[in-house]
Design a protein. Sequence first.
Length: 440
Amino acid sequence: MLGKEVFARRREKLKNILKEGDAILLVGHPAAIRNNDNHHLFRQESSLYYFTGCKEENTVMLFRPGMTPEYTLFLRPKDAIAELWDGYRHGVEGAKRDLLADEAYEVSMLGKMLLPLLKDSNRLYYQLGLDPKMDSDVLAALERVRAAKGRTGLGILPLYDATEITGEARIIKDEEEIDLMRKSGQIAAEAHKEAMRFTEVGKTEKQIQGVLSFKFLNAGADDYAYHPIVGTGNNATVLHYRDNDKLCKDGDLLLIDAGCEYDFYASDITRTFPVNGKFTAAQTKLYQAVLKAQLETIEIIKPGTLFSEVQEKAIESLSASLKELEILEESVEEIISQKLYRKYYPHNIGHWIGLDVHDRGKYLIQQESRPLEEGMMLTIEPGLYIPEGDMDAPAEYRGMGIRIEDDILVTKDGYENLTKDVPKEIPEIEALMAEKSFLA
Ligand code: GLY
Ligand code: MN
Ligand code: MN
């Protein structure tokens, strides 16, 4: 668990991004209550957590750099009965003590306090659409600010998208985040290794998912970072396969895309391997093509490399392999220029990762691809997917979906692979699969 000084440092970062006269209002999602009970976990909205460390639902943060108060929290009041059922609440006093708020109010005061707190601001950053009730409170407050300023000639308070600010703050990871991401990656890596040991002909995708769940929770993770994909045979060619309910058959490949959330931080790993523990000749050829693309792409990661160069590297490598394996017959130049590779590699090379598996942050700055910087984290996940019904592809590859995915930190002069502990070279995978799982 991160200390309150970490969140204070992040608010300092926010001060450097915002301009004088700016205000930013961050809200969480409304409480996740389903089936008329509250036994579904509430998980704080990532940006609100990033700047406050507050894990409670119904929390709102208003930050106004240089003003007094600068950092205001609105949150649920102390309530002995509610706390008996659902646990500790910071309350107004606790918000100042535990979370270092300059000022705190009960969340029911929000509508009333927004006018005095926003009337001297020049613009407001806020994310519309997270919580419709909050949106209407904020818009009503803006209207009151407008009315109050009516005769001053200052006009309305313009609204800007808060994700512009939160994304830029979150895209460079701090030391504490890097440690948590390493831990999240290690836990997920150990889970994938156990799944490889456990997999054999006759196991179900669901049983393998169970191994991942056990390993995540047993190692201290809080949850999945996203619903895992455990897809055998042709299921692996469905990019968002989520049923995970089929039997693993002899001769099929198995694709596992799974990561955990550890103290709010996501990991995201994909590995593909044969159910029976031995790659066939055709599986080897397609697998090596994806592995080559992944290794070549990771190799160019360093500060200054453009995100578009990372994309292009994977496209070039996969396109050359599609030609070499005679899956596409056009020239490599045509495969690239006409985007013919899209038929078998239909997604992007990766995404930012952090508090969210698809983390905030821009990929383009003023329409130009953004250079990588030290402290950024991204996934590298090339894949090739040949559906069983694709009569254009050579028969030997049909019904195979292969993706290999790791989480990469951009370092001062290169990169660190946070999920490298799961093998991806064929001899290493086969050796690991020959070991017996303690869960088998
Ligand atoms: N598991 C989600 C992704 O790979 O983007
Ligand atoms: Mn993934
Ligand atoms: Mn991913």
